[in-house]
Ligand binder design. Structure first.
Ligand code: NAP
Length: 287
């Protein structure tokens, strides 16, 4: 099977490339080799690769900046995805689209099911939902949509690496304890995506690591595991604060926990607890 991976230099794209099954012929493409803001560039990239399946891990992911750059966020997360889906339909290519917990407002108090009604509150969430809806409308059952949350990896910029940097520099940290979700190692998500591709699973699903944490809980774990791994030399106080003390341009879901049971049942992959995955990822930073 020939697969075109878009967004190969992002956190998930990088993990997908390094976990690619041996029987897959993988073609990777990233900005600026392909620019989602240009229809010609995207068409050209797909035409050259002529794949059986496209995994779209590329996205405009600057959540706060998107509030100012609405047109660009929509261009990458919606308009380009419309084009991808249309080309996929025309050429009979399967499309795997990655999406986000930000399609939900986070007002719910139980894990979100794939079929729950999306109600995004940020530009980023709305643009990603528009992308999802385009894929569903244009491709229906020919596509797979996997929503995930709170991604981190040894590659790229993310909360774990930011926290390790701040913990090394500062004498104390304040971290929001009101928003909860599931920290997810992109390596585990990549493995789940490959299993879906190999089992030809289609439809809309959720995948994250197991368990639940607030950003505060996650930070405390990062410090404990970072100290144990030798990545940090000192332990600093970490204080929980309400979101009102750390206002951001984009509104984030207070409760971004995704129910992944349907994909778990379909693939047989058991999600691993986020803290175990964090430990594995930090080991990679030590190397
Ligand atoms: N990060 C999270 O916490 C999170 C949570 C839930 C869902 N997701 C979703 O998961 C997927 C992967 O996220 P990620 O964290 O791996 O994202 P990421 O690290 O920000 O990577 C995004 C990728 O998209 C590429 N890209 C951006 N603009 C582009 C353009 N105009 N043309 C072509 N490529 C472009 C980037 O290229 P450059 O390398 O050149 O920038 C990068 O390779 C996305 O669909 C995202 O919405 C992420």
């Amino acid at each position: 099977m020939k697969i075109l991976l878009l967004g190969a230099n992002g956190q998930l794209g990088w993990e997908l490339a390094r976990t690619c099954p041996k029987d897959v012929m993988l073609e990777v493409c990233d900005y600026p080799k392909v620019d989602f803001a240009s229809a010609a560039s995207l068409k050209n990239c797909i035409q050259k690769a002529s794949p059986d399946c496209i995994i779209n891990a590329a996205a405009y992911t600057a959540v706060d900046k998107a509030e100012q750059e609405k047109a660009l966020a929509y261009k990458i997360n919606h308009t380009a995805v419309v084009l991808l889906a249309k080309i996929a339909r025309e050429k009979g290519i399967k499309l795997v689209q990655i999406s986000t917990d930000f399609v939900f407002s986070g007002q719910q108090h139980k894990p979100y099911q794939p079929g729950d009604r999306p109600d995004p509150e940020s530009v980023y969430g709305k643009s990603k939902l528009a992308g999802e809806q385009a894929v569903q409308t244009i491709l229906g059952d020919q596509a797979l949509i996997v929503r995930t949350a709170w991604l981190y990896s040894a590659h790229g910029n993310n909360f774990v690496k930011t926290m390790l940097g701040l913990m090394a520099q500062k004498e104390r940290l304040n971290v929001i304890d009101e928003q909860v979700g599931t920290p997810t190692w992109a390596f585990g998500l990549a493995q789940a995506v490959w299993t879906c591709v190999q089992k030809d699973i289609r439809g809309i699903y959720h995948w994250t690591d197991a368990g639940v944490a607030s950003w505060y809980d996650f930070s405390v774990a990062i410090q404990e595991e970072g100290l144990a791994a030798g990545l940090l030399k000192k332990c600093i106080p970490i204080l929980p604060i309400p979101g009102s003390l750390y206002p951001t341009p984009a509104k984030r879901p207070c409760y971004g926990v995704l129910d992944k049971r349907s994909l778990w049942e379909k693939t047989g992959i058991v999600p691993v607890h986020w803290r175990v995955q964090l430990r594995y990822m930090l080991k990679e930073l030590v190397k």
